[in-house]
Design a protein around this ligand. Structure first.
Ligand SMILES: [Zn+2]
Ligand SMILES: [Zn+2]
Length: 406
């Protein structure tokens, strides 16, 4: 552990006051994280809120950061806003969480009609937060596209995140889940998933799935969450393809409402054959949701979509597509292609909360079933990342204070 390299760290005592426990990415060229107990606890600046983390979930991005020595793509991403590749400073990782507001920094809250003492979010409230921070001033931010602001920085990727006892975020990014710390409507195991679930909600909401056939490529957590969303949004026939860990994912997908689960580990011939047979009327599916990030899946997407259909891309390709036949795949087919990044600020959050509160189609219990049955302490991080790495678990939750680990 290189305690001397961290700004603000006080490396003398175990957990003295003003310090906190957290998982830190110290060096991009070495795999793994370091558990620190002496990291400076953040305090909220102007317009910021400090949140005590109750539960925080691990996603594919965290896995890539954990394995950064092997992933040039994630190293490039993490260095995007640095003046030089050597300028990297260790950060606290993690970006999906929920917690309790501990402190609200000073701010011009009255300008927004919020009188101190009557703020929308107050001390003791149960909240989550949008961890993509946009600049708020550019053309995109001022025209309703904050989520693709060119300056967007992600807490847990570019700035200190939430695999920690506490985290600080801008007030405007905080999402209220329960007044006075009430977690009864949205339990912490679901509150911690909302960032991820929001990716799926954004993707499905951007597609026109009502009364349509949909193919979801990739049965990872986001693909699986999209299955019951497609059902809730009124899709007719749902296909799903996956190349790994077939049995368990097929079982979950079928329980979540998928009609046809196809193993594409040996190629997509069977998927294409099935779509040709069942969608002969339109000669392809109406909508494809690409949620795997694997190169063969991008090709499959444009083969199985019907003329005039939609291809929505969420999975992140870590390298450029080597060859893509844009004339046959898109132009002559008249296909609409749309990329999805993060969640719309903040309409996706509102859609998501209303879906969860309605709990239609048992959405809450399905969400929970994507996650490992027990919660993990931050101290167990290497075991946790092993379980995710070897496919034993699809997604899991850290509980930094240990109270939900019984
Ligand atoms: Zn994530
Ligand atoms: Zn902006």
């Amino acid at each position: 552990m290189h305690t001397d390299v961290l700004p603000g760290a006080t490396p003398t005592k175990e957990h003295q006051s003003g310090t906190m426990k957290c998982l830190v990415k110290e060096d991009l060229h070495t795999d793994g994280f370091v558990l620190r107990t002496d990291y400076k606890e953040p305090s909220p600046g102007f317009g910021e809120v400090k949140i005590r983390v109750l539960a925080t979930s691990v996603c594919g991005t965290d896995k890539s950061i954990y394995n950064s020595a092997r992933s040039e793509g994630i190293r490039r991403e993490m260095q995007r806003y640095l003046p030089s590749p050597d300028a990297y400073k260790p950060i606290v990782v993690g970006h999906e969480f929920c917690g309790i507001v501990e402190e609200i920094g000073p701010g011009n809250y009255d300008l927004a009609g919020m009188v101190p003492g009557h703020l929308l979010v107050e001390k003791g409230d149960y909240v989550t937060a949008e961890m993509h921070l946009s600049c708020g001033h550019c053309y995109l931010c001022r025209t309703g596209s904050e989520h693709i602001c060119t300056g967007v920085k992600v807490k847990g990727v570019h700035l200190d995140g939430c695999f920690a006892e506490s985290v600080v975020v801008p007030y405007k990014n905080v999402i209220l889940l329960g007044k006075g710390g009430d977690t009864s409507e949205i339990p912490p195991r679901i509150g911690a998933l909302l960032d991820a679930f929001g990716n799926s909600v954004h993707t499905v909401a951007e597609a026109d799935v009502a009364g349509k056939s949909v193919a979801i490529l990739g049965a990872g957590p986001l693909g699986l969450m999209s299955t019951f969303l497609c059902r809730a949004f009124g899709a007719t026939r749902i296909y799903m393809s996956e190349a790994a860990d077939i049995d368990r994912r097929a079982r979950l997908a079928t329980e979540f409402g998928v009609d046809h689960f196809v193993d594409v580990s040996k190629g997509s011939g069977e998927l294409q054959k099935l779509v040709t047979k069942l969608e002969h009327n339109a000669n392809g599916v109406d909508v494809v949701l690409e949620m795997s990030g694997s190169l063969p899946a991008y090709e499959d997407a444009f083969k199985i979509v019907r003329n005039g259909g939609q291809v929505i891309l969420l999975g992140i390709a870590r390298e450029p597509l080597p060859r893509f036949d844009i004339a046959n795949g898109v132009i002559w087919k008249g296909v609409t292609v749309k990329g999805i990044f993060g969640r719309k600020m903040f309409s996706t959050w509102e859609t998501m909360l209303s879906l969860i509160r309605s709990d239609r189609l048992d959405l809450k219990s399905k969400l929970e079933r994507v996650v490992a049955p027990r919660n993990y302490r931050l101290e167990e991080f290497s075991e946790a990342f092993d379980l995710l790495g070897n496919g034993t678990e699809l997604k899991l939750i850290f509980n930094p204070d240990g109270t939900l680990c019984k």
